[in-house]
Design a protein around this ligand. Structure first.
Ligand SMILES: Cc1cc2nc3c(=O)[nH]c(=O)nc-3n(C[C@H](O)[C@H](O)[C@H](O)COP(=O)(O)OP(=O)(O)OC[C@H]3O[C@@H](n4cnc5c(N)ncnc54)[C@H](O)[C@@H]3O)c2cc1C
Length: 444
């Protein structure tokens, strides 16, 4: 019997895994983080794809992410913040183009997307928004359980805002989230909309991955380590898989008292040798959506422009953006062509799709030429908060909190489909472990 805090292996160095490991390490636990990729941050970092610097996921963070802002302070990243102003978005819809903005704004109210009927409908939304701002936590879906019953499209329809959904919310959700408003419940919309006012969007000077890089620099992280199995042993837990070292693949085994599984929620169950009933039932209900982006590398610098497509226009496209590029390595001027949710699910042959995009680009940018195309496919973009998901999540979180266990979970699918949610989930899991396995417990 030793009086040591248990050793914890964290699987996955996304924001959830890193923030969990960081809290545990500060509380005196010995942690070890295993990451399949070659850099930290998961879906919140930049990666190199065929010589092009691209985002692996998140575009911007919001100052209403409490856990993230705490880390920014703690890690001394305040001076590294770069605020992102409201981008002006053109929306292409069947009825013609009109301007859009993320979140409420004068331009949105007066810009042609909305008329007197929508202004009246918005007045009916206000009580829910005010209540959300007072009682909701933008990092946690479960702070708004009442909005789990119907889809966002139905919710807006009931408020007399079907046209607002079609002209504003659907194009924004289709582009920024790759969701249709009839497949998700209203909680995400209310939480993000209610907290936008008075807050700002930002990234970092070195890119969105700077937060994860700063955290990982303070933690023992092994890269290129793909975990295949998490199992119970007589002494505790065993994590095994394959590690890439100098271009060779080697099997590895790590023993620990506890494991935090911080991989994408739709991959977690496959790693568990013996998932308990709660985990098994819940993880079967977790769904993520896939995303396909085609980048057309341009031969000349270009001005920034951002167009979102309503579902009546551009069956294949959700976003077309011209990106000027920068001095950072691989940050070349490019077209960013994000496929529609439908097209992302069955992306098909890149050559055919890219030829159509090239013709489209030619019309938008007569002076520029696409030198080459690069395709990015993200199999698990965001967890889908479909109606009924929050009830399943509530049951699972309650079961996790009820008693000490050997395997814990962290990730955006357990809190909110944003970096703030992933961070909050990691921190919540660390708090749970500290409560379940406090100081001076016998080692397993
Ligand atoms: C295209 C896109 C746009 C987005 N836009 C925004 C945005 O603007 N703002 C925002 O806040 N959020 C945005 N998000 C969401 C945000 O990026 C995620 O919610 C958040 O980063 C998830 O963090 P996580 O730690 O839960 O998961 P992840 O970041 O996915 O981390 C999981 C980690 O586990 C690793 N892993 C997986 N399997 C194994 C294994 N077997 N062994 C070892 N390691 C493994 C993965 O490599 C990964 O590093 C966006 C996401 C995408 C994809």
């Amino acid at each position: 019997m030793h009086n040591l805090k248990p050793r914890v292996v964290v699987v996955g160095a996304g924001i959830a895994g890193l923030s969990c490991a960081w809290e545990l390490q500060k509380n005196g636990y010995t942690v070890s983080v295993l990451e399949a990729g070659n850099s930290p941050g998961g879906r919140c970092r930049e990666i190199e794809l065929e010589g092009l610097r691209v985002r692996a996921g998140a575009r911007m963070l919001y100052s209403f992410y409490k856990g993230v802002m705490g880390l920014v302070d703690e890690l001394g990243l305040g001076d590294e913040i770069v605020r992102i102003g409201h981008a002006s978005i053109a929306c292409e819809a069947a009825a013609g183009p009109y301007p859009l903005t993320f979140g409420p704004s004068r331009a949105l109210l007066l810009g042609g997307a909305m008329g007197p009927a929508e202004w009246l409908g918005l007045a009916r939304l206000l009580p829910d928004l005010i209540n959300t701002r007072r009682k909701g936590d933008p990092d946690d879906w479960l702070s708004l359980p009442a909005f789990d019953g119907a889809s966002l499209a139905q919710y807006l329809g009931q408020k007399g805002l079907a046209r607002f959904n079609e002209r504003v919310v659907e194009p924004l959700f289709r582009g920024a989230r790759n969701w249709h408003t009839d497949e998700v419940s209203a909680g995400f919309f209310l939480l993000t909309t209610a907290f936008m006012n008075g807050h700002y969007a930002f990234t970092f000077k070195q890119g969105i991955g700077q937060l994860a890089t700063a955290l990982a620099a303070r933690l023992p992280v092994t890269y290129g380590a793909t975990v295949a199995r998490i199992e119970h042993t007589a002494e505790g837990m065993r994590v095994s898989g394959t590690r890439v070292t100098e271009h060779r693949h080697e099997a590895f085994v790590e023993d620990a008292a506890l494991v935090v599984c911080a991989v994408e929620g739709d991959r977690a169950k496959a790693l568990l040798a013996e998932p308990d009933t709660h985990a098994s039932t819940f993880l079967d209900q977790v769904r993520y959506n896939p995303l396909t982006v085609d980048y057309g590398v341009l031969d000349t610098p270009t001005a920034h422009s951002l167009t979102f497509y309503g579902s009546g226009r551009g069956e294949d496209l959700a976003i077309l953006e011209t990106v000027p590029g920068s001095d950072l390595a691989g940050d070349l001027p490019r077209l960013f062509c994000q496929a529609s949710p439908w097209r992302s699910r069955s992306p098909g042959d890149p050559a055919g799709h890219q030829a159509a995009l090239a013709a489209h680009a030619q019309a938008c940018l007569p002076g520029a030429k696409v030198q080459r195309w690069v395709r990015q496919h993200i199999p698990s973009m965001l967890p889908v908060p479909y109606p009924g998901y929050l009830a399943a999540l509530r049951r699972f979180r309650d079961s996790q909190a009820a008693s000490p266990r050997r395997v814990y979970f962290a990730g955006d699918y357990l809190s909110m489909a944003l970096v703030g949610g992933a961070c909050a989930s990691g921190q919540r899991t660390a708090t749970l472990i500290s409560a379940h396995w406090p100081d001076a417990v016998p080692s397993l």
